[in-house]
Design a protein around this ligand. Structure first.
Ligand code: ADP
Ligand code: MG
Length: 699
């Protein structure tokens, strides 16, 4: 065991109480954990503030220099304090001591120049610093030895137990002064030399106690690299492992594909769709298993692309499955594909949780004997009773709703693992894709079908209901239909429902029958009831359809050209973008109407602005990432691989690319990390594997 794996209680200055607070508040259990608890920023002690420019609202520690112009003891008993006036030629502040009054009273001399360091606060309309650090200017040479003071996050409970930032700093200092030699290098020399990265011990020293800005830069660069590098090796190993998997050869472009392509395709494909089909076809020819992520914005036409690829597989004697995250979506895929294939001899069936026993009795054997060529469904497809004769291709739509395990389950349904195509509309910035889906190849549909008019987005406040209704009425009178979406209120299903029902009553009054028809769907309705309402809307019998987020992904109603989002501030940016993607599919100008309260948080306002300003999913994703941070981006949470201490997925693109490149080179040269020079790496990767067992199992 490494010395640093010892419990934190063994550190000088940490007793039972502090140890417990470290454990419960900061997740720090071992000495190593403390070493890896990096400052979140530094205070530049080489910078002096003018007293006149001090603010109390920034809540930061500052350093200033001035002359003590007065000194007196005020108050009695508990309010007894030493108060000194410190002045420079821009202003005056009060320095206040409640403890050790005698000491400071003797130590501090009037008319001398001091350097003080502390946090300005406002008291009695005057700027105060209580218990600042104070040194005579002439003695301050020791002061600036470490001009950057580290600031550590801590909690109220920490602070009560002496573990405020300064307290943590002191312990880090003790730890580093005494035990830095126990820190082991994790990167082989040849990699460090190549990238000019400083060694681990210095990196740790410098991240806590930098002497200058360059120290911080070197240390963070080294530590960031490490954070992403091992993960890249790890993901590339999975990738390499998978790409060795034997895969079915799908070589023939057969009759079904050709017939459909030349006779039944309802529109010409976009160039992006064609390119993706080519990329997938190339995979089919390698004899290796395909693992590909297909990324395409909402409405970019992933479904037809998937269908064409399935036809390739079927022409070569394989079965395919298409798995969707919800029943409604599975049903919709089924309807769409059935319609597209109406005149073709292809057996398509649907299997979901609500598929009746009688239907299953027919469907399951037909799947097992290979009669069914395309099986569409929800995760019901993963059930053990579903057996294929020869599953060649598994397509997963909206993968962020699926765990990795489900992917693995599908694989097992075939002698040789089927080709896997994962489709997602979540526009993931490149850096993130490289990291989250480092084990998949990436195809992108980066082009919308021609003739799509970009959806216009308008932001209204609730109080403007007259304007909103004027707008909606005009659209409906032109023959358009309107979606109205209410947010799911997580804490309270009841509240969600009552918001929706209240909304329904209001809409019914504003849009009276028989001229207008309003209806609604929500999660508590039975599947049949929902389907009836959806169908009525689809057929144009209702004008306004109110819904909770059930229509979030995938529902296709070309004549619905207005998407109203109530309490839009309650939705995340990517969700808003998805919802907006539900309109703009027909030939009419479409609109997305965001309705919010008048009072908005900063973040919410930025989300609304982003929606109004751009239709580009990648820009939206970027703003989203900036506002929320990657940990929050849908789909990345459950992968659990995005907890970086220092690395910033937006800003550190270069480090990430470098890490990926070098990881690739190393694995080309030494796929199993067997060479002597890579033993250190191997150790790190094994560590990572044991922490991420589930993730690795897909490989
Ligand atoms: P998504 O990528 O969001 O799943 P869909 O596959 O549902 O998008 O396609 C959205 C709509 O665009 C559908 O109505 C589909 O028929 C239509 N579509 C797809 N590709 C094209 C194309 N090349 N030209 C015109 N319309 C297309
Ligand atoms: Mg889709």
């Amino acid at each position: 065991m490494n010395y640093l794996d010892q419990p934190i209680v063994y550190l000088k200055g940490v007793g039972e109480k502090k140890s417990e607070v470290f454990n419960t508040e900061l997740d720090i259990f071992t000495l190593n954990d403390l070493l890896n608890y990096y400052p979140y920023r530094y205070i530049d002690k080489s910078k002096f503030y003018c007293i006149g420019e001090l603010h109390t609202h920034t809540n930061i520690y500052v350093q200033c220099k001035g002359k003590i112009i007065s000194k007196q003891i005020l108050g009695e008993n508990r309010s007894k304090r030493l108060v000194c006036e410190l002045a420079d030629n821009t202003g005056t502040i009060l320095l206040v001591w409640f403890n050790n009054i005698k000491y400071f009273q003797t130590m501090i001399e009037t008319d001398k120049v001091y350097i003080v360091f502390g946090k300005p606060t406002l008291f009695n309309m005057q700027i105060n610093m209580s218990h600042p650090e104070i040194t005579l200017e002439e003695k301050s040479y020791t002061w600036n030895q470490i001009p950057f003071m580290p600031m550590y996050n801590s909690t109220d409970k920490c602070k009560k137990n002496g573990l405020d930032s300064r307290g943590i700093e002191k312990l880090c200092k003790t730890l580093i002064d005494n035990h830095i030699n126990e820190v082991q290098e994790t990167l082989p020399d040849y990699i460090r030399e190549k990238l000019q990265l400083i060694d681990k011990q210095n990196a740790i020293k410098q991240i806590h106690f930098p002497h200058n800005a360059e120290d911080i830069k070197q240390a963070t660069r080294r530590l960031k690299f490490e954070e992403i590098f091992f993960m890249q090796i790890f993901l590339l190993q999975i990738y390499n492992h998978n790409s060795k998997n034997k895969g079915y050869l799908i070589s023939k472009v057969g009759t079904l594909f050709n017939t459909f392509y030349h006779q039944h395709l309802p529109f010409p494909l976009t160039n992006a769709q064609k390119r993706v089909i080519k990329e997938i076809r190339a995979d089919f020819l390698t004899g290796k298993q395909m693992n590909r992520l297909l990324q395409g914005d909402v409405g970019s036409g992933k479904t037809i692309t998937a269908l064409l690829v399935m036809l390739l597989a079927i022409d070569n004697g394989f079965q395919c499955c298409l798995m969707a995250p919800t029943e409604i979506l599975a049903q919709q895929h089924y309807n769409t594909i059935q319609k597209l294939l109406a005149d073709m001899p292809i057996a398509v069936r649907l299997l979901t949780g609500s598929t009746k026993m009688a239907e299953r009795k027919d469907l399951l054997p037909q799947t097992a004997n290979g009669n069914i060529q395309i099986l569409i469904g929800t995760h019901a497809l993963c059930e053990d009773t579903v057996v294929f004769q020869k599953l060649g291709l598994a397509i997963i739509d909206e993968q962020h709703r699926f765990g990795v395990e489900q992917r693995a389950k599908l694989w097992k349904k075939s002698l040789i693992a089927p080709h896997v195509l994962v489709m997602t509309a979540t526009p993931i910035p490149r850096t993130l894709a490289m990291t989250v889906y480092g084990d998949l190849d990436l195809s992108v549909i980066d082009e919308l079908p021609v003739g799509r008019k970009p959806v216009k987005t308008i932001h209204f406040y609730k109080k403007d209901s007259a304007k909103i209704n004027q707008f909606l009425r005009a659209e409906i009178d032109k023959g358009r239909q309107v979606f109205v979406v209410y947010p799911l209120i997580e804490e309270s299903e009841k509240l969600t429902l009552s918001n929706l029902l209240d909304g329904y009553e209001e809409f019914k009054q504003t849009y009276p029958e028989p001229k207008y028809r309003v209806s609604y769907v929500h999660g508590k309705m039975s599947a049949e009831e929902k389907d009836v309402q959806m169908l009525k809307f689809k057929q144009g019998e209702t004008h306004i359809l109110l819904a909770t987020t059930v229509i979030e992904v995938g529902i296709d109603v070309p004549n619905a050209s207005v998407m109203v989002i109530v309490n839009a501030e309650r939705f995340g940016l990517s969700q808003l973008h998805q919802l907006r993607g539900r309109v703009g599919r027909g030939s009419e100008q479409s609109y997305c109407v965001l309705i919010t309260d008048y009072q908005l948080s900063n973040d919410a306002r930025k989300r609304m602005e982003a929606m109004v300003n751009t239709n580009n999913g990648f820009e939206i994703a970027d703003v989203d990432l900036k506002l929320r941070g990657p940990g929050d981006l849908s789909g990345t949470q459950q992968s659990g691989i995005l907890h970086f201490k220092l690395l910033n997925l937006i800003e550190d693109e270069r480090i990430i690319s470098a890490a990926r490149d070098i990881a690739k080179n190393i694995l080309n040269d030494d796929p199993n990390l067997e060479k002597e020079k890579n033993q250190l790496l191997k150790l790190q990767i094994e560590c990572l594997k044991s922490q991420r067992k589930n993730y690795y199992q897909i490989g």
